[in-house]
Design a protein around this ligand. Structure first.
Ligand code: NAD
Length: 364
């Protein structure tokens, strides 16, 4: 029998225990709240085409209503594939005229990092609510400007942190934050992949990406540490390794860090463009729990005290976008607002400072 996403959410919540049931049921209860909202994707690259547009075919509270692209050929193929009317297609120059388009409620920024601030601010000024992909911006100062602009225009801002809607990661939050096995005393996490892509890609250009694997992959490990512990780190010390200084001339290849949390847990993490890592492991006073793979789109798995978690995977992007549409309809802050993106950028900024100074750097 075909299982619907709704069933999946409910099953996941049940599998994960009563404490995660509450947010999952909120999603269900709110799933019919208000009208189905129109989303315009800005930047029709790998993530928009491979994940977000397909997910928008499964969403209940929102749908793919518009496109913003600098490439006319992409506008043509996408509009044919997804049945998008010409009046809902924009380029980067005429984007601001989206203000008068009633079909578009939410703008989803899926561009290189250096363009996140500009398009988030322009979208908010055009009266649209915004989802901005991770990492939120080049640095914490830009994040603050984006948050302020959305506040000024009274628009909701959310970051594309899909794992906050993913049942295995939600289980890590529950086990850690509720101290189901006592206080978490140690946490180790890593995220990375062996970069085999275009040597001229924006990801390898500092001006466009802000940094390398730390910005792109390490951010998930930083998030994982924060949401498993339910605390904010106060200081960080980092070191780095570069095996290919030609390919990674401008950006970091592999970084190792240690985060100091107020609760005293020993938290280590690493990010890489030269290693396939995806794990999040927590040791608590009375047990341990872990995910591996922890951060991908699908096939996530985990163990609690050595036993399989047995939680189904869901379409994370569909759950994330449906939740934001519900938040817009209910005029309620997302569980992953701009402030959440800012917290990670403050940590990333401090990691880069620590690489320069070789010392512990305060996060703040
Ligand atoms: P991509 O290179 O595949 O796509 C980028 C898009 O931006 C392309 O359509 C490109 O044409 C357009 N673009 C506009 N100006 C550009 C310029 N000056 N240089 C290069 N491209 C330009 O990248 P992507 O993997 O889709 O990543 C886009 C964003 O999505 C990034 O912020 C990335 O971190 C994020 N992302 C998030 C996830 C996730 O799981 N949440 C996964 C992948 C990517």
């Amino acid at each position: 029998m075909k299982t619907t996403r709704r069933d999946f959410i409910l099953q996941s919540a049940l599998a994960a225990g009563a404490l995660t049931l509450a947010p999952a049921l909120n999603v269900l209860a709110a799933s019919n709240a208000g009208k189905k909202l129109g989303i315009a994707l800005v930047g029709l690259g790998g993530y928009a085409g491979g994940q977000l547009a397909p997910a928008l075919q499964q969403t209940k509270n929102c749908y793919l209503a518009g496109l913003v692209t600098g490439t006319p050929e992409k506008a043509k193929t996408w509009s044919a594939k997804y049945n998008i009317p010409q009046k809902n297609i924009y380029n980067y120059k005429n984007f601001d005229s989206i203000a008068s388009n009633k079909d578009i409620d939410i703008v989803y920024v899926v561009l290189p990092v250096s363009m996140h601030k500009e398009f988030t601010i322009r979208a908010a000024a055009a009266g649209k609510h915004v989802i901005c992909e991770k990492p939120m911006a080049l640095n914490a100062a830009e994040c603050r400007e984006m948050i302020a602009a959305c506040k000024k225009h009274n628009r909701l801002l959310s970051i594309g942190y899909r794992l906050h809607f993913e049942p295995h990661n939600m289980e890590m939050m529950r086990l850690g934050q509720k101290q189901i096995f006592g206080k978490v005393t140690a946490l180790d996490t890593g995220n990375g992949f062996k970069y085999g892509g275009d040597p001229n890609a924006w990801r390898l250009k500092k001006a466009l990406s802000g940094g390398g694997a730390l910005m792109d992959m390490g951010i998930y490990s930083i998030q994982g540490s924060r949401y498993t512990l339910g605390q904010e780190p106060i200081a960080v010390k980092a070191t780095q390794e570069k095996t290919n200084p030609v390919l990674f001339k401008e950006v970091d290849e592999t970084i190792f860090w240690e985060l100091k949390f107020p609760g005293g847990a020993k938290v280590t993490g690493k990010s890489s463009y030269n290693n396939n890592w995806s794990y999040l492991k927590a040791t608590a006073t009375k047990g341990n729990f872990e995910l591996g793979p922890a951060f991908g789109y699908d096939g996530l798995d985990g163990k609690i005290n050595g036993k399989p978690m047995q939680i189904p995977n869901i379409n994370q992007q569909a759950a994330q976008m449906d939740d934001f549409a519900t938040c817009v309809n209910l005029k309620k802050q997302s569980r992953v607002p701009g402030e959440e993106g800012l917290k990670d950028m403050k940590i990333i900024d401090a990691i880069y400072r620590s690489l320069n100074t070789g010392k512990w750097e305060q996060i703040g």
